[in-house]
Each structure stands twice: as C-alpha cells, then as structure tokens.
Design a binder for this molecule. Structure first.
Ligand SMILES: [Ca+2]
Ligand SMILES: [Ca+2]
Ligand SMILES: [Ca+2]
Length: 930
C-alpha cells in the first residue's frame, strides 16, 4: 500500500529530485506543477518494484477478525487491569494478526520498577507474570531466542528475541523489549507469534537461488514454509523477498533502496559543507583510510567513481593518490566555460556540452565524498546519537562499509539528477549512488552542472537513510519503514540529521530568521527543487522564503497538510512536515537533548510507524533518559504542528490524517464511556464482528480505545477522555467501512452505526472463481483484490489493457462467487483507478451479469462512466429477472477513461497508465440472503 502511493507520487519530477531517476515520470493531473522538469521522458509507474507484505491484508480476513474477537474477549480483564495500572498515556497496541504487542508501554512511565536482575530475566519474568495480557504462553516464552542485547549510549538495553519453528527462523515477527539501565521494563513490541507449531510444512519448491534461506512466514492461515532471498543491488533496486515454499506465492517484498533524491596519514582536500576554499583533511587520523592507502577503500567507506554505472568498482574506477603520494586534488570550476548560473558560491564542476569533462574533478569529488561520509560517520557514532557498531552502523571491520559510487554512470546516457542509498540489514554493505546533475539532453533542466557528492546536504541525507533503516527494525533487524508516513519520516530524518549536523558546526547558517535551510541547496542553485521550502519555516510564517504550496497554504506545514503539499501523497514532500516539527523540537529543547530523543525514539518505535507513533516514542524516550522533564515542551511543539492529543491517523499508511492542536487533558479529568449498536442499514438487523476504533488512540485489538461488536451488534468502550475524536471508524466482516468524528462527554455517549453489507466482499465469504487478463495480485491489485476493501480505501482490480490491431480493446472479466445466494437490491460500482495508476486507467464501459449456478448467465446492467463518476459507488439499473437467488456475479470491462484525456499520448511512449491498464476499484452487491 505504501509503495502504491509512493510509486504514483514518484512522478513529481523536480519536487522529488533526490529520488531515483528511473522512477521519475511526468507530473500527474492534479499535482502541483514542477518548477522545471528535470526529466524529459515521461512514463507510467513501474509495477515490478512494488513492496508487498501479505500480513497487511491478512489482518482483515474473516478468520483473523474472528480470532481477534475471541482473544479480545478472553483478554478483556487483563487489559482493563493494565489500563487502570498504566494510566491514560498507556500504549496497549496489539497486532491484529498475532494478538501480541505491536507496542505495550506507557509514554509517561514504565511497565515495571527498578531491578538488579539481568535485562533478559526482567523481560522473561514479565512475560510469565503477564501471560494473559501479552498473550505468549509459557511454552512460547521458553522458545524465544535472544538474538541481540544492544546497549545504547544512554545505557538502555534493546533486546531482540527471534522465534523459530524446528530450527527454521520466523521472518519479520519476534519480540523486542527495552530495559532501562536501572532495570525497568520500558516497552514490549515486535508482534511475536503465539502458539508456534512444532514443525513447518514441507518446502516442496526448490530454493529460488543459491543464497536462498529457509524461513517461516506468518499468514492468515498460520505459519508457512518459505524462501528468503536478498537480491544483489541494481540501480535503485535491492529486494528482500520471501516466497511461499509450497505455492511460490510472493509473501513479502521490500526494496531496500531509498531514493533521493596534520599528523601522519593520507591527506586530502575537501570542503566542510559547501563550496569554498578547500581545506586539508586527514583521511587516516580518524580511521577512515589505512595509513598506506592506495585507493579510497577504508573502514567507513569504499569510494570510487563508478562511471560505467554497473554498480561494481573496476580497477580503473578506483581513485588513487596523486604524484606526491597524497589525496590532495584541487577542484576545477567550469564557471567560465558554462557561464551563468554557475557562480563562485555555487561553482559548476563540469560542462554538460563537453562529454567527459566531469573527469577533471573525478578524484576531487571522490575525496570530497569520503570526507563527508567519514566526518558524518564519526558524528553519528558519538554521544548523544550513538550510531555505533553495536547499534548497527557501517564499518568495514563488520563487513558493511558504505560503498559510495560517485559519478554514477557519468559516461553513460541517462544517469543524471539523482542520488540513492540501499540499506540491507546489519553486516551487509549498503550502496550509495551519487549522480551528476544537469542532463545535457534537457535544455530545461533547472539543476546546476554539479556533482551530488559535493553537496553535503545530499550525501548526509542519503547516509541517514542508513541510520533510520538500521534503527527502526523488527526483531530480526529488518527495516520496518514500510508505510507512507514511515517513509516520509525516513526522508525527514535524513534532512533533519543533515541540517542538525551542518548547522551545529556552523557549516550552514541558521539564525532565528525563517527559511534558511533548504535541502539540495548547491545542486538546486538555491531554488526549492528538491524540497518545496526550507525546513526552518515556522507555522504561519509570512516570510517570502516560506511560501508553502497551493495544496498546503503558506508558511510551515502541519500534520493536516500530509498528502496535500504537492497535491498528492509523496514521501519527500510529506516528510517536510516531520522535519520541520523536529526542527521546532530542537529549538525548544536544545541540540543535545533533541539528538538523543530523536535517535532513542527510533529504537523504541513500533513497526511501520505513523507520525503519532513516533511522537509517542519521543515522549517515551524522554521518560527513559530525561525523567519526562521535557514532556510539556514536547507536547507543545507537536500540538503546534497538528499532532496534538486528539490528532488521528488510522495507521502509518493513512494519507489523510486529522490534525489537532490540543495538549493532553489534565490528569484526573473524568472519562466517559462510548457505547452503541451496529446494524445493517438495509434491514436494521445487528451486525456482529465489526471493530470500532478511535484512530490515533486505538490498539486495534480491544486493548485501548477499540471494541468488537457482539452477536447483538453492541459494543462498549470505557475510559475515554472527553473531546472530539476526528477519525473513529467501523470496519470488518461484510460491512463497508465508515469513518466519522465523534464527540465524547463524561458519562455515557451513545454512538450507533448503520452500515451497508456487501455480499461481493471477502468479509462476506465471496471469492473469485474465474478471470482473464494479467494478474497483478503480487502488487495488491489482482482480481481477488476487487473483493477487498479497507478503511484506508485500498483494494481494487487492475489488469492489462490490450489493444488489437484494429484499435478495439480486448475485454477483461472477473467472476465472483458471493458468500451466499442473495436477492439483490442493488449492484454498485466505483470505476476508479487503483494500483498507483492515474485516472485515465479507470474503467469507462462495464457490464455486469448474474447467475444462480455459475453456468447460466443473465445480463443485469451496464455502466458508461464519466470522470465525474470516479471515487464513488454508482448503482446500475438492474434488468428484470437478474436479481433473484444470485450466487455469481461477472464484471466485464471493455474500455477506460483515456478518451477523456486528449492530452495524454500512448506513442511513441505511454504517458499514462491509461495506455496500459484497465482498473475498477470496487464492486458492491446489496440485498438480503435468498
Ligand atoms: Ca563500474
Ligand atoms: Ca555494521
Ligand atoms: Ca533559521
């Protein structure tokens, strides 16, 4: 889901300049116009790289919802007791799939008191004493394997316990636990699996490669035997994949690449942060290079000019010492040759009109990159950040020095205006790719003719992706920055740590004035190309340097701007909200404490965090290392950016969270109870098994502000602080999900829900029995996804659009068997685009047939949808005789909305997904069981 949204957004050229070249496409309709397109070759989104995790969809399967409801009931007493004990700032967030803690903690205290016992014993004792709350049996606890006890620079222990089945490791799930230096349990997380079987099913398929490892993977049907592979990197792609070892189905895929966008020893020349006089730096004194280095291959990095772009270092691409034995290479500017806009303060490093002219600064640029990477490595490793070897940093002694590819692909066409970092788990070397800027084929390219590895803000940004992907991890050490909001924070941390470092040593200028810190300033020639505005833009600023965007309005951004800054959700733009918030925190708390809290919070983060999860983790980090003394200032800073107490986000994948500017209600505020009934809007009958949750305050399991309806459709949520909660939602089973704002008083607030049932949904037991066309199940938009809907609006079917030589389009169909035979009252269709496609891919002409037996079909209705019909359900006119005792429905699509977009071309290259795909987002069948 994340990647679907990020993929479609990767298309906003200049706004996402620090991203991967191959993903940059033409701006979409409705997106903010780029201030100068850096790429001239529009194309449609590439589906091959989509991230996949079947655990996300498993969470809404009826089997899992049923198990959740039973477990929530059995756990109710333990949870009520824990809530009473832990208070209103308790985080009781149970993973819906495992029933175990995604996060169990409190932001204003600890789970246990001080203890002199070893941290491992403190954790295991708690698990045994709180079996009813945590959900792991004594047997489950006995089988946990302590993989790592990492002690951070503040003395806090971070323990990771993995799980296995008969010696085969479980992928992705496990227990993480955090213990203070005086032996207080801070938090449990990681979603460990309950009740593991004694053995896995047989792996009937051969390993997909020589390096494949056998793992177990949790699905809605329990733990499956699976194969894990980590692919070798290619430009912008480094896949971790898990496939089912019995069926071959893809269970998990993550692209580990983040795009961008005087003593003895080897001496080099480098700038401190931005062009100016080059200073002598010692490349060996702090261990970056060995004393007798003949190449730039040392403990912190291996830098070479990968000019052929193959992501390998050939001998001729290495950079060796000068004739005098040092690495002192002077920078040669091309200002006179190129002319404006090259300048003394932002000099050009090559002439785009002279092929190969970049070679003049080949050595200087590589030495510069090593100096930036080495000094940043040392900064991050030192107190209070403490990104050390134990924390999982990048060093050759541990087999994972950063492989820095400068001038990536400079002698090949097409490698311009980009930078990226691919970060595999600890112990495996990350790949940093640094491109030349300014594409000579594109006269409108607004970027300066410069090297990205000469721009400190870019190289530190890319390096920080390594930090965040190594600290926000599951129990096995795999990064969990998997959703839109997690990805946006990934970009934000990268900008924040870069500017925190550079401003902290006065290498860039930051005064109390707004609008001074702009990412990619050098290569962007001081213009907002890589970012929409500087990160030190306060909320409501009227400064001309802080213009905001048409989507978000002027001044600094707030949480409610997420998804709107460039007109659509996109990690770099939406990350500007989080980066600015952390900059405010830095101003309010001071540099050292903020560095500590921001870093320690990553170590305490639950998987796939939302901004609100990370706000909570920062508050908690303050409790752990600072006695909670900064809570009031932190709440003030977050509330000012719209992340106040009543702010709401459904998950980290929510592209439209609700902002709120309140600090928490005072301690002792009387709470209320929310109670009500969920009924079928069509006939008034109760609906059981529907989850009611308070977005931003829900556990998703029955622990915090959430409940599941009983057989009478009733639910009750106690202990709710009065106030208006903007995103309370009902979802589950066969009902269409619904979100609404709820105002809670002290006493009892009654909230009833009348939901519509959809008999063509997987929650009602419906499934696909036949289809034609290309199957995009791997990308979350196969025929089966037509039966799935999510409260976040996911789901939908996309397939190939194939045009015959005579210009007609081959029809595509899906046949769905309903959960039971139904007397149909309405058939509704939302023809919208899905799967990251743009609106021209949405369906236009469709027909629907019904059948009582799957053999004999009757035409029930047809639709001819216009652009105004997108993003909503429209009922078809039903033909007589088509609606009684229906058990099968067949949807056929014969055209898409491309006809309404005359400016979109399909040749010589497709400029829209409408050239390639036919999409339908939702099909609903209403009525009563026959
Ligand atoms: Ca090479
Ligand atoms: Ca390491
Ligand atoms: Ca400033």
């Amino acid at each position: 889901m994340t990647s679907r949204s990020s993929r479609s957004r990767a298309s906003l050229c200049a706004a996402t300049a620090i991203t991967l070249l191959a993903l940059i496409t033409a701006p979409e309709a409705g997106a903010a116009p780029a201030s100068g397109a850096a790429q001239s070759t529009p194309s449609v989104p590439d589906r091959s790289g989509k991230d996949v995790d079947v655990r996300d969809t498993a969470r809404t399967s009826p089997r899992v919802l049923g198990a959740r409801s039973r477990l929530a009931a059995s756990r109710a007493n333990s949870v009520a007791k824990a809530r009473a004990e832990l208070g209103n700032q308790a985080l009781l967030d149970f993973d819906e799939l495992t029933g175990t803690p995604r996060v169990l903690a409190r932001t204003d205290g600890f789970l246990t008191g001080p203890s002199g016992k070893p941290p491992r014993d403190i954790v295991l004792d708690y698990l045994r004493e709180r079996e009813g709350l945590v959900g792991l049996s004594a047997d489950d606890t006995a089988k946990l394997n302590l993989r790592k006890d990492y002690v951070d620079v503040e003395g806090t222990h971070h323990l990771s316990f993995t799980q296995d089945v008969g010696g085969i490791p479980v992928f992705g799930n496990g227990l993480k636990a955090h213990v203070t230096k005086d032996g207080r349990l801070i938090q449990l997380d990681g979603s460990p699996v309950r009740g593991l079987p004694a053995s896995l099913g047989a792996a009937t398929l051969a390993a997909p490669g020589p390096d494949a490892k056998q793992v177990g993977f949790l699905t809605a049907d329990g733990i499956r035997p699976a194969w894990y592979t980590l692919a070798k990197p290619s430009v912008g792609k480094m896949f971790q994949e898990v496939t089912d070892a019995a069926t071959g189905a893809l269970l998990y895929r993550k692209n580990l690449v983040n795009h961008a966008n005087d003593a003895d020893g080897a001496k080099g020349l480098a700038w401190e942060a931005s062009p100016g006089p080059q200073k002598q730096v010692n490349l060996t004194q702090r261990g970056w290079l060995p004393a007798d280095a003949k190449t730039l291959d040392g403990n912190v990095a291996h830098v070479a000019a990968d000019v052929n772009g193959d992501l390998q270092f050939q001998p001729q691409e290495e950079v060796g010492p000068n004739t005098d034995g040092t690495f002192r290479y002077r920078f040669t500017d091309f200002n006179a040759v190129v002319g404006p806009p090259c300048s003394v303060s932002r000099p050009c490093s090559w002439d785009p009109k002279t092929p190969g002219s970049w070679a003049k600064n080949r050595e200087q640029n590589a030495v510069q990159a090593l100096a930036y990477v080495g000094s940043f490595h040392d900064h991050l490793a030192s107190f209070p950040i403490g990104f050390t070897r134990a924390a999982g940093n990048f060093e050759k002694v541990d087999g994972d020095a950063v492989q820095v590819h400068t001038l990536l692909g400079a002698q090949e066409p097409g490698y311009y205006d980009n930078a990226f970092m691919g970060t595999p788990p600890d112990g495996q070397a990350p790949t940093m790719g640094m491109f030349l800027f300014h594409d000579p084929r594109d006269p409108g390219d607004p970027f300066l003719a410069a090297n990205s590895a000469d721009d400190a803000t870019i190289i530190h940004h890319e390096y920080t992706h390594g930090l965040s992907n190594r600290l926000v991890v599951d129990a096995q050490g795999n990064s969990t920055l998997n959703t839109l909001q997690s990805g946006a924070m990934g970009e934000a941390w990268s900008d924040w740590y870069a500017f925190d470092y550079l401003a902290g040593r006065n290498a860039v200028k930051d005064t109390p004035a707004p609008g001074e810190l702009l990412g990619g300033d050098y290569v962007s020639n001081g213009k907002p190309l890589a970012r929409t505005q500087p990160l030190d833009c306060p909320v409501g600023a009227g400064a001309p340097q802080c213009p905001g965007t048409p989507g978000a309005g002027p001044g600094g951004y707030t949480y409610g701007d997420l998804g709107r800054i460039i007109g659509a959700p996109e990690v770099h733009a939406d990350g500007e909200i989080w980066a600015s918030t952390l900059w405010d925190v830095r101003s309010a708390l001071g540099v050292q404490l903020t560095r500590a809290l921001v870093t320690r919070a990553m170590e305490l983060s639950p998987a796939s965090p939302s901004f609100l999860d990370m706000r909570n983790a920062i508050l908690q980090a303050d409790t752990v290392i600072n006695g909670g003394r900064a809570h009031a200032k932190l709440w003030k800073a977050f509330a000012a950016r719209g992340m106040g107490y009543f702010a709401a986000s459904i998950t980290g994948a929510d592209t439209a969270p609700a902002e709120d500017f309140s600090t928490p209600p005072p301690a002792g505020t009387p709470t209320g109870t929310v109670t009500g009934k969920v009924t079928n809007r069509d006939d008034g009958t109760p609906i059981a098994g529907v989850a009611i949750r308070f977005g931003g305050h829900d556990s998703g399991f029955g622990g915090s502000l959430s409940a599941v309806t009983d057989a009478t459709g009733a639910y009750t949520i106690p202990s709710v602080l009065p106030g208006t909660y903007p995103k309370v939602y009902a979802s589950g089973g066969a009902a269409d999900p619904e979100i609404r704002a709820v105002s809670v008083r002290s006493g009892t607030t009654k909230v009833d829900w009348a939901l519509r049932l959809n008999w063509a949904s997987s929650g009602a037991g419906a499934g696909v029995t036949a289809f034609n066309g290309e199957d995009f199940t791997q990308y979350g938009c196969g025929p089966g996804d037509l039966t799935k809907s999510s409260v976040l609006g996911g789901g939908g079917w996309s397939t190939d659009k194939t045009v015959r030589p005579d210009g007609t389009i081959e029809t595509r169909f899906v046949t769905i068997k309903l959960g039971k035979a139904v007397n149909v009252s309405a058939i509704e269709i939302d023809p919208s685009n899905t799967c990251g496609d743009d609106p021209p891919a949405a369906a236009k002409d469709v027909t629907v047939e019904t059948s009582v037996d799957g053999t004999n079909w009757v035409k029930a209705g047809s639709g001819d949808f216009k652009p105004a019909d997108l993003n909503k359900l429209t009922a078809l006119q039903l033909a007589p005789g088509s609606a009684t005792g229906v058990l099968f429905v067949r949807l056929t699509v014969s055209s898409n909305q491309l006809a309404f977009y005359p400016d979109k071309a399909c040749s010589p290259q497709p400029t829209t997904a409408g050239c390639l795909y036919l999409d339908v987002r939702n099909l609903a069948v209403r009525g009563a069981p026959a």
